[in-house]
Ligand binder design. Structure first.
Ligand SMILES: *[C@@H]1O[C@H](CO)[C@@H](O)[C@H](O)[C@H]1NC(C)=O
Ligand SMILES: *[C@@H]1O[C@H](CO)[C@@H](O)[C@H](O)[C@H]1NC(C)=O
Ligand SMILES: [Zn+2]
Length: 429
């Protein structure tokens, strides 16, 4: 009997979560009362309840995406109506959008990394290994440590002239598991670095030592592919029902100082203490070894189309904020020229929400790294995390243009800061 119960439980635990008939509502709080209503709903949100905010409730006038399970829709709609909060349905069946997001992807079937589909962790890691085999003099595989579930965290070091000491740039993506467009974009950028022939761009690429960690939260990422498409956190077990801490609220700078939760069932659970998550601890220790020479920390999230600057706990403009805001604006204008995608630029706390404990804030706070930015990639909410795979290439292309403009504009303003450009003679792809 006991065995049967256990078997049934394990089937329940591993079954793929269905979002059949879940609705996604677009809600724009029109006044303080509506805003307060949404904030209360957000504060009581846990993974056990049958609704999930896809982005944060910020201020009056800012759109919020709220996903609600079928059996909870009446309740929430009625409560919204009662509080005079207007809503519209942008997805009638979230599962249908999930099914169409990545049409060529079949569970268990390998796909090449070619930016027409979203790839699994295994596919991404295999691709990294292949790249290293193809370019053994420029690339080095990095496995700085393991996740809570024992997976390697895999990255690469890229250097077109490894004998010259240079400033370093760190690129991270998919610290939030469900934000699949982010690793698709950073792997594209890495690949392009072996294809681009434009002289100005090659000078920028080759002036730095690059570190790419496309999947910073492998446990959560695998879970988002295999079990629950909407998973955000790590997979540490915190109580009978709730798993995972938010790995982007778990870093030890201003930890828990706003925009994070101490409830293990919350999507923004900061963890029991700073660096409680093994994957976060591994990356902290790795970044410490390269931080001295680091000129840029580029962190990729989705969605909302924003370029965010430190810090998340305060709206004060610290350090080189004004200069970075100016550079960020120029870069986002150039991004917009590619496909018309428009971005907002600003400090995390004033642009979206107070959010303490992020990796970017820790890097900025600990090392005063000159360029520390967080992208929130496409879109603004029509698909949210479920951006169709045919938008990978345009998203990646426009984003790469903006990465070049950030670095170009920074180098114009700081010619003294790390121009070690040397021309390599690597045979590009
Ligand atoms: C809420 O209001 C909308 C229109 O404003 C209506 O279509 C919907 O049926 C209402 N829902 C409930 C549960 O009252
Ligand atoms: C941090 O860097 C900025 C320039 O980016 C500089 O103005 C500031 O003095 C530095 N702060 C510290 C504490 O070193
Ligand atoms: Zn994110």
């Amino acid at each position: 009997m006991k065995l049967l119960v256990l078997l049934t439980l394990s089937v329940l635990v591993t079954a793929k979560v269905s979002y059949r008939n879940y609705k996604l509502y677009k809600i724009i709080p029109k006044d303080e009362q509506a805003l307060q209503f949404l904030k209360n709903l957000e504060d009581s949100s846990t993974e056990l309840l049958r609704y999930q905010f896809w982005n944060e409730v910020t201020e009056v006038g800012n759109e919020v995406s709220l996903m609600v399970a079928p059996d909870t829709q009446n309740l929430i709609e009625a409560a919204l109506n009662e509080s005079n909060v207007a809503q519209s349905v942008i997805m009638n069946d979230v599962q249908e959008v999930i099914d169409q997001e990545n049409p060529k992807w079949r569970s268990g079937e390998a796909n090449p990394v070619d930016w027409t589909v979203y790839n699994t962790l295994e596919e991404i890691n295999n691709w990294l290994e292949q790249m290293v085999q193809e370019f053994p003099n420029q690339l080095e595989i990095l496995r700085p440590g393991k996740t809570g579930q024992g997976r390697d965290i895999v990255g690469v070091k890229l250097d077109f002239s490894p004998n010259v000491r240079k400033k370093t740039i760190f690129v991270e993506s998919n610290i939030h598991a469900r934000e699949w467009i982010t690793s698709a974009t950073t792997t594209y950028i890495l690949d392009q670095f072996f294809r681009i022939t434009d002289v100005e761009q090659r000078n920028i690429i080759e002036a730095y030592t690059w570190y790419f960690f496309p999947v910073m939260n492998p446990d959560g990422f695998v879970y988002s592919h295999e079990t629950n498409r909407m998973w955000r956190k790590t997979r540490t077990r915190y109580n009978i029902f709730c798993y995972g801490a938010d790995p982007n609220r778990n870093w030890g700078y201003q930890w828990m100082n706003g925009g994070a939760s101490q409830n293990p069932c919350s999507d923004i659970y900061a963890g029991p203490e700073p660096f409680s998550e093994p994957s976060v601890r591994v990356m902290k220790e790795f970044i410490e070894t390269i931080a001295e020479d680091m000129v840029a920390y580029l962190d990729f999230h989705s969605f909302s189309q924003m370029l965010l600057l430190p810090f998340g706990h305060t709206i004060d403009h610290l350090n080189n904020y004004d200069e970075m805001k100016e550079i960020g604006r120029i870069a986002m204008d150039e991004l917009e020229e590619v496909y018309g995608t428009d971005y907002v630029v600003g400090n995390v706390a004033e642009t979206i929400y107070i959010a303490a404990g992020s990796s970017m804030d820790w890097v900025k706070g600990e090392f005063n790294t000159s360029i520390a930015v967080t992208y929130e990639l496409r879109d603004k909410g029509s698909y949210g995390f479920l951006l169709p795979a045919d938008q990978i290439l345009p998203t990646a292309e426009e984003t790469l243009v903006s990465v070049f403009s950030i670095l170009r504009e920074y180098r114009i303003r700081h010619p003294e800061d790390g121009d070690e450009s040397t021309t390599s003679n690597v045979n590009l792809i």
